[in-house]
Design a protein around this ligand. Structure first.
Ligand code: UTP
Length: 294
């Protein structure tokens, strides 16, 4: 039986991880608030979701993450001061970045039991409808935002979708990898999915990049999920069940831009340089400074 294609209105942002790779910076500050140029990483990802038409933003937070909630709230004293000082464009930008009243929800993952568990924590807020999931660490830089491309593919195919991109063959064991019907197509049915395949056993070199559109049946599977790789409740394990046992369709959407893994120091630093070089009024000066350094 084919399901009617329900619109994607909500997006989940799991932000409860400990960010141990960024200690001591992340001892008291969430890693999602580290800035790429002058915007927190999480703001870049919320921007991507907004531009794809998402209406409700669900954050799965944890201890020490309260500042994320403050970031997406208005700051009366600051706005008043900017207005008094005539800083009109700064004020307009701040207001423009704010999701509307009632468009955000925050829930807590009480212990960092893994990405699958973090997503499951959002089940009641998402309810019985398909949703987008964006991993805030992974910045997807492209002319056409990744989630917008996925929404387009969803309107044609429905079901579940994951964004994918190639990685070098000798690194596939570090990622969630998919096998697809047509590796060259922009959108292709997924034939196989495996989390961190043993070396030499990956079905392709296409890795899951951190953007998903999922059907709500994933929550029932996550509820019964045992701990998998790394002792964590893995999202990929439940997606495999949804595809193989519940026989729901999964498509891969190839992402053609550049991905920066801001959960790693090198990815984060590179993202800062790349985003700054692309920024009007900053790129030329930075290029000169970088040349001096190099
Ligand atoms: P990561 O594994 O990259 O984040 O999870 P981490 O655990 O914070 O990183 P390190 O290794 O300690 O430095 C990917 C995303 O999933 C979230 C993280 O916040 C991150 O955005 N996550 C991960 C959760 O929300 N809960 C978890 O239990 C694990």
């Amino acid at each position: 039986m084919t399901r009617p294609v329900k619109p994607i209105r909500k997006a989940v942002f799991p932000v409860a991880g400990l960010g141990t790779r960024f200690l001591p910076a992340t001892k008291a500050m969430p890693k999602e608030m580290l800035t790429v140029v002058d915007r927190p990483v999480i703001q870049h990802v919320v921007d991507e979701a907004r531009s794809a038409g998402i209406e409700h933003f669900i954050f799965v937070t944890g201890r020490n993450k309260g500042v994320i909630e403050d970031h997406f709230d208005s700051q009366y004293e600051l706005e008043r001061t900017l207005a008094d000082r005539g800083k009109k464009s700064e004020l307009a930008n701040l207001i423009n970045d704010l999701p509307g009243a009632g468009q955000t929800s925050f829930t807590r993952q009480q212990a960092p039991l893994g990405l699958g568990h973090a997503v499951w924590c959002a089940r009641d807020i998402v309810g019985d409808e398909p949703f987008a999931l964006l991993l805030p660490d992974m910045l997807h830089h492209a002319k056409s935002p990744c989630l917008a491309d996925m929404m387009k593919a969803y309107s044609e195919h429905g079901g579940n979708l994951v964004a994918v991109a190639p990685v070098p063959e000798d690194q596939t064991h570090q990622y969630g990898i998919v096998g697809v019907k047509d590796a060259k197509a922009k959108v292709s049915p997924i034939t196989k999915m495996v989390e961190k395949p043993a070396r030499g056993s990956a079905p392709s070199n296409l890795h899951i990049t951190g953007r998903y559109i999922l059907q709500p049946e994933i929550f029932g599977l996550l509820a019964n999920q045992e701990r998998g790789a790394g002792g964590e409740i893995q999202l990929t394990d439940s997606m495999i069940q949804l595809m193989d046992d519940a026989r729901q369709p999964f498509h891969a959407v190839r992402f053609d831009g550049t991905i920066y893994d801001c959960g790693s120091k090198i990815g984060f630093l590179t993202a800062n340089v790349a985003y700054a070089l692309a920024r009007d009024g900053l790129g030329t000066e930075l290029r000169t400074e970088l040349k001096k350094l190099l």
